[in-house]
Design a protein around this ligand. Structure first.
Ligand SMILES: Nc1ncnc2c1ncn2[C@@H]1O[C@H](COP(=O)(O)OP(=O)(O)OP(=O)(O)O)[C@@H](O)[C@H]1O
Ligand SMILES: [Mg+2]
Length: 273
């Protein structure tokens, strides 16, 4: 059995100096406040996200899962609060982001291979370096489709595979994924999920994954972050420590089943409040 409930860290009193998270913390969020149309979504929200782990974000509809990761990734401005990555600002941190809607995420005027190479070229790498890195990604994702095609000529699963490759290309310190599988068929979901786990096992990249599929959220997670209804707080943080690689067998392990049950109970408790 590997279920451990983390103690929730008490928020610092107002005006307190920035207190970094415990050892092993990658992203420290302090005093995060965000209002939409005069209504609080997050108010003085604190969170420590561990380094080199996959954290699955789970919570009621509209509780602010996407907004949370988008604020951390700098896609949505915060009203107030501080977010640091290993003590550094976002600008000093290399991140990758995988969108749910892959159709709008890829540049339609670039061939798929050039989409994947885009962030590498942006970094000013040499052609040889770009080619080598793309080759490496093609091998690790076991790509069977033609990367010379434009994204709109590929299937949804192929496009999402390519957009994950693009996000991983520069070797991000943090990878954000907002429901990356929700527009894919089951077969493709399983394939990309396994690839993602392989990449994680190889690189140890910190990943923040929003998923509305509880089984998937737990399956991939080292930590399940359960959120409340808005104004959103941390309902519970559950550590899930089953060994990787997790496989089909994992789904029937008592520890997995127990973790899913516990997550569901907390979720239901929060939804009914
Ligand atoms: N630009 C905006 N203007 C006003 N309200 C917004 C805006 N963006 C999000 N919201 C509101 O903030 C809340 C959180 O939205 P968000 O998309 O982060 O939730 P979510 O948990 O990702 O939801 P879902 O489960 O539907 O993906 C929702 O109530 C939403 O209506
Ligand atoms: Mg969302």
């Amino acid at each position: 059995m590997s279920t451990v409930i983390n103690p929730i860290i008490a928020p610092a009193p107002p005006g307190a100096p920035f207190a970094p998270g415990p050892l092993g913390t990658h992203i420290t969020i302090r005093g995060l406040t965000k209002y939409f149309a005069g209504w609080p979504l997050y108010e003085d929200f604190d969170l420590d996200i561990p380094k080199g782990k996959i954290v699955s974000v789970f919570g009621p509809n509209g509780c602010g899962k996407s907004t949370l990761i988008n604020m951390i990734a700098g896609l949505i401005p915060v009203d107030s609060g501080e977010i640091l990555f290993d003590g550094k600002s976002l600008a000093q941190t290399k991140i990758g982001y995988v969108f749910q809607n892959y159709r709008e995420a890829m540049f339609p005027w670039l061939r798929t291979i050039d989409n994947i190479a885009y962030p590498l070229r942006l970094e000013g790498r040499s052609k040889a370096d770009v080619d080598a890195r793309v080759e490496e990604l093609v091998a690790s994702f076991d790509v069977k489709f033609d990367l010379k095609r434009y994204p709109y000529e590929l299937s949804g699963g192929q496009q999402q595979t390519a957009s994950i490759m693009r996000a991983l290309a520069p070797g991000p310190e943090v990878l954000f994924l907002d429901e990356p599988f929700s527009a894919l068929d089951f077969e493709m979901t399983l394939f990309i999920r396994e690839k993602l786990q392989e990449v994680f096992m190889r690189t140890g990249t910190t990943m923040l994954l929003v998923s509305h599929d509880l089984e998937e959220a737990v399956y991939l997670a080292d930590q399940v972050l359960l959120l409340t209804k808005r104004p959103t707080r941390v309902a519970e943080i559950l550590d899930y420590r089953d060994a990787r690689p997790r496989t089909v067998e994992t789904l029937s392990e008592p520890s997995f089943v127990q973790m899913k049950k516990l997550s569901l109970e907390i979720f239901q408790r929060e939804v009914r409040k």
